[in-house]
Design a protein around this ligand. Structure first.
Ligand SMILES: Nc1nc2c(ncn2[C@@H]2O[C@H](COP(=O)(O)OP(=O)(O)O)[C@@H](O)[C@H]2O)c(=O)[nH]1
Ligand SMILES: [Mg+2]
Length: 212
C-alpha cells in the first residue's frame, strides 16, 4: 500500500524537464532574453542591462511551471563559441534563434549563421523559433521585414550557389529550404518584455507536443 501511495504521489507531483537552447550572434540579446524570462517567472526584476556582461560559455535559467521545468540555455554567440552549439542540438527539445532586428549591418552575418543551424541534420526534428528582437528600437525591422530580408538573403545565396555549380540546379540543402517555408518568426523586445511571454508559450507548447 505504501509503495502504491508513494508511486501515486510521485506520479502526481512529477515534473517533466525540457531544455531550450537560445542561440544567435553575439549582441543579439540572448542573455537579456534569458534574464527577462527567468525574472518573469520568478516575479523579480531583471538585472539592468549594464550589469549583463558578454557571455563567455553559457548561462542557465530554470523556469518552474506547475508540472514542467523548462531549462533555458543561453549559449555565447562569438565566432569561437558557435563551434560548440552543435553539441547541444541532440539533447535539447527546442531552439530559439535570436536576431537583432535593429542591426541591419549584421543581418547577413546573422542569416549565414542561422542557415548553418537550419542545414545541420541534428536540428531537423527540433522545433525552431526565430525571434526578431529589439522591436522597441525605432529602426527595428518588423517581423514581415525580417522574413523578407531572410528570403532575399536566401535567394541571393542560392543564385550564387547555382552560378558556382554552373547551372546544376540540385540544391543539396532542400531540407533547409523546406524548413524556411514553415518557419515561425515572432517579434520581441527582450529589454522591455514585449512578446516574451508569447515566445515562451510557443516553446512550451512545442516541447510538450514533440514529446508525444
Ligand atoms: N533596444 C534593445 N536593446 C536590447 C534588447 N535586448 C538586448 N539589448 C541590448 O543589446 C546588447 C546585447 O545584449 P546581450 O543580451 O548581452 O546579447 P547576447 O550577446 O546575445 O547575449 C545589450 O546592450 C542589451 O541591452 C532589446 O530588446 N531592445
Ligand atoms: Mg550573452
Amino acid at each position: 500500500m505504501y509503495h502504491l501511495l508513494k508511486g501515486l504521489h510521485e506520479y502526481l507531483t512529477r515534473h517533466e524537464e525540457f531544455s531550450i537552447v537560445i542561440i544567435g550572434l553575439d549582441g543579439a540579446g540572448k542573455t537579456t532574453l534569458l534574464e527577462r524570462i527567468t525574472a518573469h517567472y520568478s516575479h523579480s526584476t531583471p538585472r539592468p542591462p549594464e550589469n549583463i556582461p558578454p557571455t563567455v560559455g553559457q548561462n542557465l535559467g530554470k523556469v518552474s511551471l506547475p508540472s514542467t521545468i523548462l531549462n533555458f540555455i543561453d549559449l555565447g554567440g562569438q565566432r569561437g563559441i558557435r563551434s560548440i552549439w552543435h553539441r547541444y542540438y541532440h539533447k535539447c527539445h527546442a531552439l530559439a534563434y535570436v536576431i537583432d532586428a535593429s542591426d541591419r549591418e549584421r543581418l547577413a552575418e546573422g542569416w549565414d549563421v542561422f542557415h548553418s543551424v537550419l542545414s545541420d541534420p541534428r536540428t531537423l526534428h527540433v522545433p525552431l523559433l526565430l525571434l526578431a528582437n529589439k522591436q522597441d528600437a525605432p529602426d527595428a525591422l518588423s517581423v514581415a521585414d525580417i522574413r523578407n530580408d531572410y528570403h532575399d538573403w536566401d535567394r541571393r545565396r542560392r543564385d550564387s550557389a547555382r552560378r558556382r555549380d554552373r547551372g546544376d540546379s540540385n540544391d543539396p540543402e532542400d531540407t533547409a529550404n523546406a524548413r524556411i517555408a514553415s518557419l515561425d518568426v515572432m517579434g520581441i523586445s527582450a529589454l522591455e518584455g514585449h512578446g516574451v511571454q508569447e515566445a515562451v508559450d510557443w516553446l512550451f507548447l512545442r516541447v510538450q507536443n514533440s514529446r508525444q
